[in-house]
Design a protein around this ligand. Sequence first.
Ligand SMILES: Cc1cc2nc3c(=O)[nH]c(=O)nc-3n(C[C@H](O)[C@H](O)[C@H](O)COP(=O)(O)OP(=O)(O)OC[C@H]3O[C@@H](n4cnc5c(N)ncnc54)[C@H](O)[C@@H]3O)c2cc1C
Ligand code: SF4
Length: 515
Amino acid sequence: MPEHKAKTLRLILGDQLNAEHSWFKETDPSVCYLLMEVRTETDYATHHIQKVIAFFAAMRRFAEWLRSKGHKVIYIRLDDKQNRQSFEENIAELVAWHGFTRFEWQLPDEHRLDTTLAKMAKALGVPTAVYDTGHFMSTRTELAEFFEGKKTYLMESFYRYMRRKHGVLMDGDGPLTGKWNYDESNRKKMPAAHVPPPPLEFENDTTAIYAMITEAGIKTIGQVNSAAFPWPVNAEQAVLLLEHFVTHCLQLFGTFQDAMTPTYWSLYHSRLSFALNVKLISPQQVIKRAIEEWRKRPEEIAFHQLEGFVRQIIGWREYMRGIYWLKMPDFAQLNYFNHTEKLPEWYWTGNTRMRCLQHSIKQSLQYAYTHHIQRLMVTGNFALLAGIAPDEVDAWYLGIYIDAIEWVEITNTRGMSQYADGGIVGSKPYVSSAAYINKMSNYCSGCYYKHDKRTGERACPFNSLYWNFFDRHEKPLKSNHRVAMMLKVWNNMPQEERTKTLQQAEYYLKNVNEL
Ligand SMILES: Cc1cc2nc3c(=O)[nH]c(=O)nc-3n(C[C@H](O)[C@H](O)[C@H](O)COP(=O)(O)OP(=O)(O)OC[C@H]3O[C@@H](n4cnc5c(N)ncnc54)[C@H](O)[C@@H]3O)c2cc1C
Ligand code: SF4
């Protein structure tokens, strides 16, 4: 670690690569920025190789950018000899050996790091200060304040509050078009012959980082072409991806938001989640640009496409973050249905005959990405129906996706997808039989299993597991009016049919690794 004369040490975490932060407005020779690649971060989950590469590549580019602007930077690489492989130890050592007289950091997005850094700062023995990251459109506690005294946390209410607060698509106090929600215009199946725009993939050379990760023996999953790494790793590439999205995808974003196909891995989604989560780009910038494009091409971009997108960014994303800070750390222990099963082995390989799962998992391993409905209604749906322990499900989601950072992973997985929170995030469990998957995708037509069979040979596992789920959890679900209808259908089914269905489900659950 080099000698220097700076007095203040400022920590920048791997997901705090915000070039617009107030810290960087001026260069100050008495300030030194610190970025580090450490084993505590690479090893807290089994991450996708693309995720580890993306973080390190983006951090290295950010450090280069800082230096190019005249800032002092200490960058500790994973294979640096003096690297103590943890934030606390590296910082303590730098402060002690290099005479820093002040330590500053930005509020981490993760509860784990929030606690660790606050504790460490207290013990450092020098004055410290913590700053906001300046990234989000609501504060950590704003959702808690908004819902104070309320028993439920409806995303729609928070979304409308955010639209009003930031004056996004508003006409006075009401929505610009007189309507807040366009969900019913969105979410269509994609015709089999429809060809989505080819994705914008970058060709970043990350071979050196890949070699270093391999050499260090870090356990990862998935595949990568490190010579042509496709994800954005700096602010310029994030902007190019945003431009690609507004130019080619926004016009059908809402329409095909929930569509699934085995033919293409990238449809009309923005794939901006990694860039957003590490703060290479801001939510304000993203929605401003989308709105600008809609104003430019109103004939081509219907309002419901835009609204569907804005809702994801200033609705769902900010909402999940607010829920995280309101409910952590207890949220990470919730297990409403007391599910205890292990994740089937094929979640790590995609080697299952169920085509929807096979494709979604193999795509995840290849690209570190699937879109929301594949995560929610294929992999998440099956895990919930099969009674998998939420810890197992969380570990899988936290590892496999390029954008997986706990605040947005756990609220979506344990909350929205697994209903382990008993309805904090969603008002009902997101479970479905093959009917939904067949309605929204082209998976079922080429599948080994028959989507229209509930029992017997080659009956689709989703069908019996779906009813088995309602049968097993009738007690906790009885008071939920959103699923009352399904419970009624189940209870009115002829006894013989019910017995056959439960036997089929039991067989599948016993042989889950062979499906
Ligand atoms: C089980 C499960 C786990 C998930 N884990 C993650 C995760 O680890 N990290 C993550 O960023 N998202 C997660 N999501 C939310 C969502 O699936 C991804 O944000 C989205 O698929 C990213 O792709 P995109 O950028 O193409 O999104 P788009 O469809 O283009 O949406 C635009 C942006 O809106 C935001 N957004 C959309 N939906 C959500 C949501 N439900 N919660 C929060 N933000 C949202 C994202 O920032 C996204 O980039 C998860 C969803 C589920 C069901
Ligand atoms: S038939 Fe069942 S398992 Fe096969 S793709 Fe359809 S929903 Fe998935």
